[in-house]
Design a protein around this ligand. Structure first.
Ligand SMILES: [Zn+2]
Length: 273
């Protein structure tokens, strides 16, 4: 859903973004190039592609940007259409900020390496209390399993599955961190963000070298305002406080034990224990 209340495929803004750029060009590519933003159509995560991406990025450590010369034309093309896409969104949204919400995170690191660090990658690592993540995941699991033909699991298996997912996603982000400078990494807890969004958004904007704007201002050109994101913010508006739901009490002692055991390598590190 877009903030204009239309589905992406019916929203003129996203459809013109689709038509103007060559976005769909790489979607079907079964090669080592990074995935495109997933606004056009969901692309199922391709494990081989992910592994190749990580291997290629790993090789940028000894070989630097020269590694992309292996297949320069295709990377150049990818790089150019990505930058075109960013420029298009930035100009239409009248904002200098572009956030790539891609969950794999390969793209920003690739762009940094390919541009020889002229476009630096900055990583914002948002964490959430594992109990709440696992609870929410288990709640939507029946729908997910239907939509993506995943096998139906027992309750405890779903809990363990979600906890492992939490762990592996954070492991992935911490792996990506190796490709950037320490000062370009910033981690933030979702819980802290909800408690004081303005404070943390100001901090985030400083991290991004972007001037602080009061985010509670009315939108100047609502007809040009097209966001894909949290539907609860779209529904209830943003008044500086996001209601945080905590679910530890909704989990059984056994479920909590499973979650704590699996997520323990990182949960202490992020301050959740
Ligand atoms: Zn829209």
């Amino acid at each position: 859903m877009c903030s204009c209340k239309k589905k992406i495929k019916n929203c003129e803004f996203w459809q013109s973004a689709y038509r103007t750029s060559d976005l769909d060009k790489f979607v079907q590519e079964d090669s080592w190039i990074p995935y495109y933003p997933r606004i056009i159509q969901p692309v199922s995560a391709n494990l081989a592609n992910q592994i190749l991406n990580l291997v290629m990025l790993g090789m940028t450590i000894p070989f630097k940007h020269y590694i992309w010369n292996l297949s320069y034309k295709v990377y150049r093309e990818y790089y150019e259409s990505y930058v075109d896409f960013v420029n298009f969104i930035v100009s239409r949204n009248q904002s200098s900020v572009f956030i790539d919400g891609g969950k794999q995170g390969f793209r920003p690191i690739f762009i940094q390496s390919f541009s020889r660090s002229q476009i630096p990658a900055k990583l914002i690592h948002l964490t959430r209390r594992p109990h709440d993540y696992v609870y929410s995941y288990a709640k939507v699991y029946p729908y997910l399993s239907k939509a993506f033909s995943m096998k139906m699991r027992s309750r405890n298996d779903i809990i363990a599955f979600a906890a492992k997912k939490w762990l592996s996603v954070h492991r992935k982000v911490l792996n990506l961190k190796k490709f950037i400078l320490d000062e370009n990494y910033y981690s933030m807890r979702y819980e802290d963000l909800c408690q004081d969004p303005n404070h943390f958004l100001a901090k985030t904007l400083r991290f991004l070298d972007v001037e602080y704007e009061n985010l509670q201002q009315p939108v100047i050109y609502p007809e040009k305002f097209h966001l894909i994101g949290s539907q609860s913010i779209q529904k209830h508006g943003f008044d500086g406080v996001i209601k945080l739901s905590t679910h530890t009490a909704d989990l059984s002692t056994e479920e909590i034990k499973i979650i704590d055991r699996i997520t323990q390598p990182f949960s202490a590190r992020f301050g959740y224990v």
